[in-house]
Write a protein that binds this ligand. Structure first.
Ligand code: GAP
Length: 447
């Protein structure tokens, strides 16, 4: 399959089957903002829940938090985002379109009279590069003035830093410990694109791990290992995952060391998660800007210090796209192409579809009872329309791991057929055992 076509097919399937829609589509869409449909919201939620379980519920040294999107504007001065979260941009005075200064479509220096605008083609209309801040601004309260400016957070991490002593005191954690958060972040990206890969509104799954200075490098390595394993356990093909170490020119203003987990998308290797050693940069800056002591007191050694922070930061939308791209495959089956989203059952939006073979002879009543029985615990789908083969294909395309067929033998033998998505193999299971059968398979998939 040509690689670009795979993205086109994914985008089209996502829309047709209700995973992802363009935001405000009836108005022509809003650039690089997307809405999740009924199946997309389930998929993304399953990914977020899995992250939360592994980071918060499965560990006794990490606490959860849900901080507000709007924060005191000084937060972003302290964090360095007001001065440093910028990209150099070039404007066309003629057509008013804005480009990144490193846009490969720019042929020649932007301020030069001979350089043409990549959009309107006019020469000499481009400005010199100017720094442009990626944070969205809005106003708090009734007056739209400089003093009322607040920002939509460009990362969730700062809500954790300013709360770290609150959480530590309330939960009586001792260093080393972490705080995890899932939430929206906003960036006025200038070259967004590739579907939900780079968007202006997105969700992050971030964890800040507070450690004693000097132990940070050891924790950094531990967290690198844990996070890579999480993606492998999600079911991603390991050969499509790799590390990218940030060189000195690439490091964010807060980082002493940074590694990206990259995935090989149809459009190339790209970051899906960052693991960063942020040192005491953020906490020291908040201490300085707020005037409040943010030191940790170690009762065992009577030491006071500002902890170092190891951060793990993944994009929920980006991981969702990764899971979809990784799962997509086409197969020839009996002379026809079957499209499959081979999701790990643990994240599949629909766990089981219940299909009565016909709409008569009492089969729908039995199927409906089973469907509601399954629905009490998992997302399920009921489908009684069309040939059984077509119904299987419809479920394959949205990644449903198990199709359960109620047929005439069900009426006499109290059994159903469960057809497995990948191998297309079928087993006969007692109808009363179906929920336990699904629970066992999900337990295996949970890893
Ligand atoms: N707190 C650190 C931080 O925000 P980052 O490398 O800028 O670091 C972390 O972002 C993750 O957030 C990325 O690996 C990516 O998964 C996700 N992310 C960042 N910008 C994004 C965007 N515009 N659209 C979608 N996801 C984005």
């Amino acid at each position: 399959m040509a690689e670009q076509t795979l993205m086109d097919k994914l985008v089209s399937l996502a829309k047709r089957r209700g995973f992802v829609f363009q935001s405000s589509e009836v108005y022509g869409g809003l650039g690089s903002v997307w809405d999740y449909g009924p199946l997309g919201v389930e998929l993304k939620r399953n990914i977020k829940d899995r992250w939360w379980r592994s980071m918060v519920h499965a560990r006794d040294d990490i606490e959860g938090i849900d901080a507000a999107i709007l924060m005191h504007p000084r937060v972003w001065e302290a964090s360095g985002h007001v001065s440093g979260f910028t990209d150099p941009l070039v404007d066309c005075r003629q057509c008013k379109v804005r480009f990144r200064a490193d846009d490969p479509r720019l042929k020649g220096p932007p301020g030069d009279p001979a350089t043409a605008c990549p959009n309107c083609g006019n020469r000499g209309t481009l400005t010199e590069p100017r720094m442009f801040n990626l944070m969205f601004k809005t106003f708090m309260g009734p007056v739209e003035e400089q003093a009322a400016i607040v920002y939509l957070r460009p990362e969730t991490a700062q809500g954790i830093y300013v709360n770290y002593l609150n959480v530590q005191t309330a939960s009586r954690q001792k260093i080393p410990f972490g705080i995890a958060q899932i939430g929206k972040a906003f960036r006025n990206e200038i070259t967004p694109g590739n579907f939900i890969f780079r968007t202006r509104e997105f969700e992050q799954m971030e964890m800040q791990f507070f450690v004693k200075p000097g132990t940070d490098e050891e924790w950094f390595e531990q967290w690198r290992e844990i996070r890579m394993q999480w993606h492998v356990d999600l079911g991603l093909q390991p050969e499509r995952l790799r590390w990218h170490a940030h060189g000195p020119g690439e490091l964010a203003h807060y980082a002493k060391a940074a590694y990206d987990i990259e995935y090989e998308f149809p459009f190339g290797w790209q970051e899906i998660e960052g693991v960063h050693n942020r040192t005491d940069f953020d906490l020291s800056r908040h201490q300085e800007y707020s005037g409040k002591k943010l030191e940790y007191f170690d009762a065992a050694t009577s030491e006071r210090y500002i902890p170092y922070v190891v951060e793990t930061s993944a994009g929920a939308d980006r991981v969702t796209l990764t899971v979809m791209a990784d799962a997509y495959r086409e197969e020839e089956v009996e002379g026809e192409t079957r499209v499959v989203l081979g999701f790990n059952p643990a994240v599949a939006p629909i766990k089981a579809a219940v299909l009565p073979l016909t709409r008569k002879d009492g089969l729908p009543e039995v199927a409906d009872r089973l469907y509601h029985d399954i629905r009490r615990r998992w997302s399920a789908f009921y489908d009684d329309s069309g040939a059984i083969g077509r119904r299987y294909r419809r479920q394959d395309e949205v990644g449903t791991p198990w199709c359960i067929t109620v047929d005439h033998d069900t009426l006499t033998g109290e059994t159903v057929t469960i057809r497995e998505r990948d191998a297309m193999s079928q087993v006969r299971v007692a109808i009363s055992q179906v929920p336990a059968w699904i629970a066992d398979r999900l337990e295996e998939a949970g890893r």
